[in-house]
Design a protein around this ligand. Sequence first.
Ligand code: F6R
Length: 608
Amino acid sequence: MCGIFGFTTENAKNAGEVLIDGLSSLEYRGYDSAGIFTPESGAVKAVGPASHLKRKMPAGFFGRSGIAHLRWATHGEPTEENAHPHTDCEGEVWLVHNGIVENFKELKTKLAAAGHTFASQTDTEIIAHLVEEHLKTEPDFAKAAIAAINEIRGTYGIAMQYRADPSKIVVARMGSPVVIGIGEHERFVASDPSPILRHTRDVVYLEDGEVAILTPESHEIYKLHGAPVERAAERIEWDAAAAQRGGYEHFMLKEIMEEADAVRNTSLGRLIEKEGMVKLGGLESVEEKLKQVKRIILVACGTASYAALAGEYMIEEHARIPVEVDIASEFRYRTPVINDDTAVVAVSQSGETLDTLEAIREGKRRGALTLGIVNAVGSTIARETDAGVYLHAGPEISVASTKAYVSQLTALALFTLFLGRQRGVSIEEGRVIAEALKALPERIEEIYKRTKDIQRIAKKYADARDFLFIGRKYNLATAFEGALKLKETSYVHAEGCGAGEMKHGHLAMIDEHFPTVAIAPSDSVYEKTASNIQEIRTRKGPVIAIATDGNEEIKELANDVMYIPKTIDMLTPILAVVPLHLFAYYFARQKGINVDRPRNLAKSVTVE
Ligand code: F6R
């Protein structure tokens, strides 16, 4: 996830100030590097957030139009060369991009053969060269730009300029948000309305597969293939701070509502459904080594360690490699047995958690292959591991991790398929997993439609001071994660426990005031979990069940049910956790807690 911003105006403006100002309200979308361009004053880029760029800005950075970008790195390290805006060979075409060009390798090869040279490792730069190529036969900038956009596959929110036509900005959208602001004799473009609201409240949202040509007086919208689109402007009534959260009251809720996209982006360009395969570019360099690995240790902390637990079950069941999960802070000090046929894999959103980092260093010292399943590109864990898989979930701001968790589970499922196909998983089995992964984002969107029910259930249990969460097999992890999310956002007592383990102690706590959340999808262990629910009801404990659509019987067993759509067993934790994240959010909100900043906690734990 990156942030883009741009403007074109008839009014005198200090372009540098307007662009930096715009970026500062998009900072939640990325902060690896920032850059701006105006046809009159050129480009400035800096590593780090918009404030670093501001310090580098020369005085008098003027212009009546310009584009700007905040980067959340996907392809290429967060360096100045890789920072946007990117340009063509002659420095004539400039653009900013939020998304991933999936076919960038084939386009790059074609462009290189035509004589283009590249200044960065990014997928984005390809687009500028493609436009340059089209300008050789099509002198109209907008037409050349649209022809180039038609050649790229993947996701994008793009804003593009041409020095020879400085008042024009060509924008395009496919999977990454783009909103156009309509002012008097001026037009704006951004990834969300927050930077536009300082200038105008009238906006038009671009839809997937649409392009727009902006000048100070007009914004023409077209379908990618050329048909014109008529769309009336909408008036935004929110304030700028709410706009930064996309209109949501908290980042936590916004990020839960981004879980479908996070899962989509983790799989994007990696699934080859027909062949029942995945393509994980980050593991190419260690592919042969991975074939020799005899044991995997997943190291992580907190929520990431629960994703790792589900990952252990996925890999063992499907790829048949022995896996263990180690809490990173334990691993460091318990003298584990590691040798050169062990892979130590760190799972981390931030890529900076000190214990996880030290666990990786420990693994390396003992000769293991080290891998990172990490969200933050260029983070220390990403840099220090031998290879890895990026999550591409976009920046996570809320302290309580939500969308990174579903992305971690998705990346571990991809990793499972990758390892499995190396070790005898058939094309058919691979296809079933790949197709189920592909369908997940839409299944999550189904769950969003049921938010009101979840909110109602959270309200019903508002007075409870204790909760037990139970789950089995793949959803033991979901039980731990559901309990942790409730604890950290609501400060109530919540415990996660294996449903079968409950009888060995936890059951003693149960009475009519102690509700249990039972994760009971229709999977291979459903019957067992259903009888555990029965045991709780016999002790008068109220039960909220997470169950699969179509399971009517569970309504007789549980007091309340949150339904999830069907998927294959190993992917059920990705769906089952969504209602639990929403439940934790709405439960905490009733208490008036600022869920984005739970007391005593920090987003990234860089101390022991
Ligand atoms: C809980 C939470 C934490 C993190 C843990 C690891 O909601 O966010 O438990 O999961 O601190 O952080 P990363 O994934 O950045 O290593």
